[in-house]
Design a protein around this ligand. Structure first.
Ligand SMILES: [Zn+2]
Length: 251
């Protein structure tokens, strides 16, 4: 009984995953130059969100891989970017990150416009299932956040945010005060412009993968917004403005 009373008064150690002390946080931050442009206040919030993500989400390894604490922290840091201001409600439809060390093989079953089903295998670095897990290759997580517009974690989480109001289609739920008509006009115009540039064989600023669909365009634009914000605001000011309003801040 006495032991129990003592236990009661003993300060509880936070579960390992919830601890994200400043030294660990700063060491992880060193790996991602794109995050170092954040203000001190934004970095505090980022640390808080990363700790919440580590606490609330499950991290599993694929193909027998055992994610390290550094793996989980790297993913959580990058995953904190889109919800830095909006909070983890935006991630409430999924619970698990599945981490592979390298690109992983996924089974493909797609129906084309003529109704033909194509089966096969595809090599992926990230995947987001509607109401399901976010799957990531750690090799590409480490290549993210380097300031060149690539961020596989943000890309897949943009799909998850897009899924919140149904099928991912490049039109996520917009916070109060945003005009749906403006979003559609701005993104449709930029998407059409990208298709036209590709058609003419011109160099495109955004990753040509964005031309795959409006959903991919939104995911690629979000990568740029967090990884190369100056470039995005210089080359696509309208898109940049919409994403500032959506995510609630500018990195
Ligand atoms: Zn995608």
């Amino acid at each position: 009984m006495l032991n129990r009373v003592l236990d009661f008064f003993r300060p509880k150690r936070a579960p390992a995953e919830s601890r994200c002390d400043s030294r660990t946080f700063n060491a992880a931050l060193d790996n991602f130059p794109a995050l170092q442009v954040l203000s001190e206040q934004q970095l505090d919030r980022l640390q808080e969100r990363a700790a919440q993500i580590m606490q609330q989400k499950t991290f599993l390894g694929g193909s027998g891989y055992e994610p390290s604490r550094e793996d989980r922290l790297s993913v959580a840091l990058l995953a904190a970017l889109p919800v830095l201001r909006r909070g983890l409600d935006w991630y409430q439809d999924f619970h698990t990150f599945v981490l592979y060390p390298e690109a992983f093989v996924t089974e493909l079953d797609e129906t084309d416009d003529d109704g033909l089903v194509h089966s096969g295998q595809d090599l992926r670095v990230g995947e987001a299932w509607s109401r399901g897990p976010v799957i990531l290759a750690m090799s590409d997580v480490h290549a993210s956040g380097q300031g060149d517009g690539f961020n596989v974690v943000v890309h897949e989480l943009a799909h998850q945010i897009d899924h919140r109001n149904g099928e991912a289609n490049g039109f996520p739920p917009l916070p109060d005060g945003m005009q749906p008509a403006t979003w559609t006009r701005v993104f449709s115009a930029a998407y059409d412009r990208l298709l036209a540039e590709l058609e003419r064989g011109e160099e495109t600023g955004l990753d040509p993968y964005a031309a795959e669909s409006p959903a991919e365009f939104f995911a690629v634009a979000s990568e740029c917004f967090f990884d190369a914000p100056r470039w995005l605001s210089a080359h696509h000011p309208d898109i940049h403005r919409q994403l500032v309003a959506l995510y609630g801040y500018s990195p």
